[in-house]
Design a protein around this ligand. Structure first.
Ligand SMILES: NC(=O)CCC(=O)C(=O)O
Length: 270
């Protein structure tokens, strides 16, 4: 499966300009490398203009879904649509949509863990549904959003349910770039799957986003990475047989002893 990843400089508080930018970027990818699957970053419609979201957030996918669906259909390409600020009846969510080559929305996910360091809990609602998995071109996959990366228990069920690829769409700040890299490697190694992590590269107020999008293989090897703090397009072809090979050679999934593991539903005790 051939991928194109957009490490994008998001125009803050300007959804229309971001849609135009994405449409012309996708058109260019389809002319040049013809990927099977496109991946966009987190909150690409508005950026982190959280105090301005009320009038500019999408309204239950009304702007985002037809926009991505038309591109998916026109170019017969799968789109893991990053995420967008998305207003629903009870508040604004950080929502991801995945579309297949026919332009159908085959998966939705609202970011569960809201990041205190960027004030998300003040402005956004956290998702109430599990991350769940989906299939593109017959391959089982999952998607989670940025801060979710810090919660291994969210990604584990995806791998246990057969996901060979987990996408992490992000606007991860440069201030914590080491965490980004180590956590992504850890999630790939412990779940023995491809990790496709797409970060943004611009800035919003005093926060600089890191870029350094990464693709890591099921053995934990870095396949490709984007530049630091600069917009870029990344291209990669996955060798999905590596998932099966890695799971055979270090068979952690058959070595598990789940009945001896503490429940992860419990409260935190300092
Ligand atoms: N957009 C995000 O969720 C950023 C997460 C972050 O800054 C961190 O986990 O550190």
């Amino acid at each position: 499966m051939k991928y194109a990843l957009y490490q994008m400089n998001v125009h803050v508080a300007n959804p229309e300009k971001n849609r135009e930018k994405i449409a012309s970027w996708i058109e260019k990818q389809m002319m040049e490398t013809k990927p099977d699957t496109i991946v966009l970053p987190e909150m690409w419609n508005t950026g982190y203009a959280l105090d301005q979201l009320e009038p500019i957030a999408d309204q239950n996918g009304k702007a985002t879904i037809p926009f991505l669906s038309n591109l998916a259909k026109e170019f017969s390409v799968n789109i893991v649509g990053g995420s967008v600020a998305n207003k629903k009846e009870d508040g604004i969510y950080n929502s991801s949509f995945v579309l297949n080559r026919e332009g159908e929305v085959i998966h939705r996910y609202d970011k569960i863990h809201l990041v205190p360091m960027l004030d998300e809990p003040k402005y956004l609602e956290g998702g109430r549904n599990k991350a769940g998995h989906f299939e593109l071109d017959g391959v089982k996959m999952g998607v989670v959003i940025c801060y979710d990366l810090r919660f291994p228990e969210l990604l584990r069920p995806l791998a246990l349910n057969g996901a060979k690829v987990i996408h992490i769409v992000a606007q991860w700040p440069s201030a914590r770039i080491e965490h980004w890299k180590y956590l992504l490697h850890a999630r790939a190694i412990e779940n023995q799957c491809y990790i496709i992590a797409v970060n943004s590269s611009g800035s919003c107020k005093e926060t600089q986003f890191a870029g350094e999008s990464l693709v890591i293989d099921p053995a934990g090897k870095l396949v490709t990475s984007g530049p630091s703090e600069k917009e870029a397009s990344l291209h990669v072809t996955l060798q999905l047989e590596k998932v099966t090979e890695t799971r055979k050679s270090i068979p952690i999934f058959t070595s598990r002893v789940p009945h001896l593991y503490e429940s992860v539903k419990g409260d935190f005790h300092a």
